[in-house]
Design a protein around this ligand. Structure first.
Ligand code: UDP
Length: 309
């Protein structure tokens, strides 16, 4: 297949690109590089089956010849990034999704939206199932990301229902692995970088908030299965192994054998207190579930971060 990935220079976009090329597909990658890095795809430049186009997908998107699939992964995705680029985040989720869907309609291509667990906001039910409608503050700091992705999901469903496009929606929960930016502010790269440097690990709040971390290779396999499924409704993809941020900090200290201390800092506004995917739908309909344990995935990620310093 000939596949377009928007946001190809990002953490997920680049891993997905590697995976699709390995499966024998042709990939066209787009990115405007505001949060993505060329380093993530440097090893692919010059290949016959890969083309990179530097472009902001919130404007008109032009792609020559036919396309079979569009994977819309463009968006700042870490709280630090989307607070730095709030308007770009809103634009890529709304205008960018509109342009990418318009292209899918023109090319009669299938479409997959990289959505997020943030559509559930600060959830009042745990774990989150796809039929939970969420608890989002539209005017809070995270609203720029949450509402953009909620709008994107609505738009995708409208194109599916009205224009009969074969669309998929992946609700992606916290994912980690090599190629995360050390400065993207998210907890995994932050704690690993701090532990390796001997700096204090900065736990926000009292660390009782929970997250559930999925290793990137598992996530990419889930996306691939969803691409070829006939499910048009949203599907959660993530690892249901839930851990408190305080225990996560202790785990990073132990896996890195670091002598760093844990310090407590103010909790960012609207920081979700719990987050854990209910993946029974993905298990049942895709035959998918994560295989890589948190310890194993973190060992690989720590190894990679060590090579970066
Ligand atoms: N967090 C933390 N210390 C850090 C970075 C993040 O305690 O240095 C916390 C953050 O407050 C949140 C959790 O870790 O509760 C996950 O944050 P992240 O930025 O990775 O993404 P989120 O899941 O909030 O979108």
């Amino acid at each position: 297949m000939r596949i377009l990935i928007t946001g190809v220079c990002g953490f997920l976009g680049s891993h997905l690109c590697d995976y699709l090329l390995k499966k024998g597909h042709q990939v066209i990658g787009m990115d405007n590089l505001i949060t993505g890095k060329m380093d993530n795809i440097a090893h692919l430049l010059g290949r016959d089956d890969f083309e990179f186009i530097k472009q902001d997908v919130t404007g008109y998107i032009y792609v020559k010849d036919e396309l079979d699939y569009i994977l819309h992964f463009a968006s700042p995705a870490s709280p630090v990034d989307y607070l730095q680029f709030p308007i770009q985040t809103l634009k890529v989720g709304s205008l960018g999704t509109h342009k990418a869907l318009g292209l899918a309609k023109e090319k009669r291509a299938k479409f997959l939206l990289a959505s997020t667990s943030e559509v559930y906001g600060d959830p009042k039910v745990n774990p989150q199932r796809e039929d939970y409608w969420g608890n989002v503050n539209s005017v809070g700091p995270r609203g720029v990301y949450d509402e953009a992705k909620r709008f994107a999901e609505s738009l995708v469903m409208a194109y599916h229902r009205n224009h009969k496009i074969d669309t998929k929606i992946a609700r992606i929960f916290n994912t980690y692995g090599p190629r995360m930016r050390g400065d993207d502010g998210r907890v995994v790269p932050n704690f690993i970088t701090q532990a390796l440097k001997g700096d204090d690990l900065t736990v926000y709040g009292d660390g009782s908030q929970t997250r559930s971390f999925c290793y990137v290779s598992d996530l990419v396999e889930g996306i691939y299965k969803l691409m070829f499924s006939d499910i048009n409704e949203p599907v959660n993809l993530g690892n249901p192994d839930e851990i408190s941020i305080f225990n996560f900090a202790k785990k990073i200290l132990s896996l890195t054998s670091s002598k760093s201390k844990i310090v407590f800092m103010p909790l960012p506004r609207n920081d979700p207190k719990v987050r854990c995917p209910d993946i029974s739908k993905a298990k049942r309909l895709l035959g998918w579930q994560p295989k890589v344990s948190l310890d194993e995935g973190l060992r690989q990620t720590i190894q990679w971060f060590k090579g970066q310093t």
